[in-house]
Design a protein around this ligand. Structure first.
Ligand SMILES: *Cc1c(COP(=O)(O)O)cnc(C)c1O
Length: 378
């Protein structure tokens, strides 16, 4: 029986997604095992070509994980110590870890309350002489206003680097994320992401041949193209495993269908929750298609509601319970509470409902019913 039949409804169901590719994955493992091409093998090259083409970007470089992809994308662009990178205070911690790992300083901005994302006005107020990049995060699968941010950065030549870890396949103006003509988009293939590996993985999609070449070198000990023993720059071990790339090829073939199923689940939730005292996630904008990495509502008394849902067997979650600047490791990025009121308020109100490609109507009914009871007056 799949999780959720009579028992609990999980927040994600990564096991059910594996069932979809099980036979092909086993055959892939047998084929790769026989070939022994585990590192920088043909499946990695093939996946990179397929994912670049899918996104509409010129190049894809497979990397070890999404946080490293953020770090290395910045390093490949020459962003490092002394530089500032503007991003949202309402994001996953990996965003600022990537910036800091490159040696740069994250400059946090309060998100727009409606989109819950970094917005052009916020960016405009955060630019300084030292701004070396702006990093919008397409949080929850909703593309940030890249065109508006581009307008703010225009004239200064500040590159836009996207944290697209939650937005594989999302579109803006008819182009997929990764093909938005920025300096680069960084993806994570952590198992629960819309395009998830059977372990860790990440990638950068970009148009510049020079950036892609730098990334290929850095991920492999700074090696020169065609001469693995000549180390041209400081690198490390940041390669996407060939086996994960082979699994990702199987998943990529299903990504559009999986995203359509996530979107259908979101539509079903919107219908069932329309009359409840909560804030639904913003709908698609003009010329935008979200991919619903997470279906995040906003409610009063969030922790009580979360407790009631969990008691009813619903694996709801919180993304994220504290904004970056109130996390112990990152308090130095702001002046404590009150620094970013929108992010601080979101952190007390956001509630992620179970949303994954294989979720059933019955599971959506159960979650919606449990939420209705949790929000019932009295
Ligand atoms: C998952 C995620 C990352 C980090 O990716 P990992 O592969 O887990 O390192 C970075 N930013 C955002 C917004 C994410 O959701």
């Amino acid at each position: 029986m799949t999780a959720g039949g009579q028992g609990t409804v999980p927040l994600f169901d990564v096991g059910a997604s594996f069932a979809d590719i099980r036979e092909e994955a086993m055959a892939t493992l047998a084929r790769l095992g026989a070939s022994g091409a585990f590192s920088l093998g043909d499946d990695l090259v093939a996946f990179e070509a397929e994912f670049a083409a899918y996104c509409g970007g010129a190049h894809c470089v497979g990397l070890s994980d999404g946080t490293a992809a953020l770090e290395l994308m910045l390093r490949a662009l020459g962003v490092g110590p002394g530089d500032e990178v503007v991003t949202s205070a309402h994001t996953f911690v990996g965003t600022v870890e990537g910036i800091a790992a490159a040696g740069a300083t994250p400059v946090l901005v309060d998100p727009d309350p409606a989109s819950r994302l970094l917005a052009p006005e916020g960016v405009a107020g955060a630019l300084t002489e030292r701004t070396a990049a702006v990093m919008p995060v397409h949080l929850y699968g909703r593309p940030a206003d890249v065109d508006g941010i581009r307008d703010v950065c225009a004239g200064r030549g500040i590159p836009i680097v996207e944290d697209a870890a939650q937005a594989h396949g999302a579109t803006l103006g008819g182009r997929r994320v990764g093909g938005l003509r920025t300096a680069g988009a960084s993806f994570s293939f952590y198992p629960t992401k819309n395009l998830g590996a059977l372990g860790d993985g990440g990638a950068v999609v970009c148009d510049s041949e020079e950036t892609a070449a730098a990334l290929r070198s850095i991920r492999h000990h700074g090696s020169a193209a065609g001469d693995a023993n000549r180390h041209e720059r400081r690198g490390g071990t940041f390669r996407l495993d060939t086996l994960q790339a082979a699994f990702l090829r199987l998943k990529l073939a299903r990504l559009d269908e999986d995203n359509a199923r996530r979107r259908a689940a979101a539509t079903a939730y919107r219908e069932r929750l329309a009359d409840l005292p909560l804030t639904l996630p913003p709908a698609d904008g003009a010329d935008m298609e979200q991919v619903v990495h997470l279906f995040v509502v906003e409610v009063d008394r969030r922790d009580e509601v979360l407790g009631a849902l969990r008691a009813a067997g619903v694996g709801a979650g919180v993304h994220y319970p504290a904004p970056i600047h109130l996390q112990p490791a990152w308090r130095h990025l702001a002046r404590g509470e009150g620094s970013f009121p929108v992010a601080e308020r979101l952190a007390t109100r956001v509630l992620s409902l179970p949303c994954f490609p294989t979720i059933s109507e019955e599971q959506i009914d159960r979650v919606s019913g449990a939420l209705r009871s949790a929000l019932a007056p009295g």
